[in-house]
Write a protein that binds this ligand. Structure first.
Ligand code: GDP
Ligand code: MN
Length: 345
């Protein structure tokens, strides 16, 4: 596929001239590109070579041939809280940082203000040192967000539709503001994923899947005071008969959210398929994904897969995204034995 950016200077059709149209393109083009405006700031500032051609097929091939990396990666994180452990983990990733861009979006809340300040401080330090990232984009949300982010409040079933819909808008605006023609892969990484293998990117990219989710677990201390792990994210699932039946009896605007006993779907959850003796490369096909640590081939997003802020087949946000990717013809997978760890509040 070839994308060409062009500026058209030609005169537009005159067929509308006599109709006194509401929006006169002719007038606009005369006023803007001709006469005194010919040398407007915008035109003067255009680089001489202002037509850029990107052959996405070639880009991918070049990327694969470049040594030590598989192309430009964009790591996207919606962030309501800054955790130093998240930042340290990110900095330790061994994929060449010259090929990694980062994007963040913060809610406009006091909590978001604080997190933003902390991130800015951390960014300054990282970008002034060896191992700095290619590019970092920081956005503030123009859309609403929940006031309370306490675990108990944000996980209440009745706030899920509103909360997840807000998260969708935040994720979409982050995605559409940062994806570049050169982006090969997008890693969605939540701000409270505090531990991953340092080879996270290489490991996930090696599967060459359109959408691939890691298994999100959590470290905790068990009743005997021993260090243990338990499943955290239940949004990586396989659709079930019961889930489909539940959806078919729902009102148009209703949604199913996974992980709530009030809404039993009996879907097989990837969180329960972890086998500590199994291969970390073991794949399983999924129908829904969470947002903890998901690698997406950038073409999937380019083709239009986003995070529906509205019920899409009775699913929203990351689960709706998986459904949309599948409707576009892409396969969705998870790695049950590949663990990453969520912060324990
Ligand atoms: P949970 O792990 O499913 O409970 O979800 P989280 O509350 O951890 O949210 C997922 C991700 O979105 C995390 O990276 C949060 O820091 C971030 N986040 C949560 N709420 C908001 C919000 O209102 N706006 C933005 N921009 N990010 C948020
Ligand atoms: Mn979380």
């Amino acid at each position: 596929m070839v994308i060409v950016y062009l500026f058209f200077f030609g005169t537009l059709s005159t067929s509308t001239a006599s109709a006194s149209p509401k929006y006169s393109y002719k007038k606009k083009s005369n006023g803007w590109f001709k006469g005194n405006n010919r040398d407007s700031v915008i035109l003067r500032n255009l680089p001489n070579d202002h037509i850029s051609h990107y052959d996405l097929n070639k880009l991918e091939a070049q990327a694969a041939n470049a040594k030590g990396n598989d192309g430009d990666v964009l790591i996207l994180t919606p962030m309501s809280k800054f955790l130093p452990e998240y930042w340290d983990n990110l900095n330790k990733l061994t994929y060449d940082h010259n090929y990694i861009s980062l994007g963040f979006i913060f809610p406009r809340t006091p909590e978001g203000d604080q997190a933003l300040k902390q991130l800015e401080k951390a960014v300054k330090k990282t970008q002034g040192a060896k191992g700095k990232f290619k590019k970092i984009t920081i956005l503030r949300q123009d859309t609403a967000s929940l006031a309370s982010q306490k675990e108990k409040d944000r996980h209440a079933l009745k706030v899920q539709k509103e909360r997840r819909s807000m998260m969708s808008l935040a994720r979409n605006s982050l995605l559409f503001s940062t994806i570049a023609p050169t982006t090969s892969w997008i890693l969605w990484l939540d701000a409270d994923i505090v531990e991953t293998p340092v080879t996270l990117l290489q490991d996930l990219i090696a599967h060459k899947r359109p959408v691939l989710s890691a298994n999100v677990y959590q470290r905790y201390t068990d009743e005997n005071g021993k260090a243990a792990i338990r499943p955290y994210d239940f949004n990586n699932w396989v659709e079930s008969e019961e889930g489909l039946k539940l959806a078919s009896g729902m009102k148009e605007e209703d949604i199913i959210v996974e992980g709530y006993s009030e809404m039993a779907t009996y879907r097989p959850l990837m969180a329960h398929f972890y086998d500590d003796k199994g291969s970390v490369a073991q794949e399983m096909a999924l129908d829904g994904v969470g947002g903890g640590a998901v690698l997406v081939n950038a073409d999937v997003h380019r083709d239009g897969a986003m995070f529906p802020p509205f019920p899409f087949y009775h699913l929203i946000e990351t689960e709706g995204f998986a459904k949309m990717a599948k409707r576009l013809g892409y396969e969705v997978f998870g790695l049950p034995n590949y663990l990453v760890y969520h912060y324990n509040e």
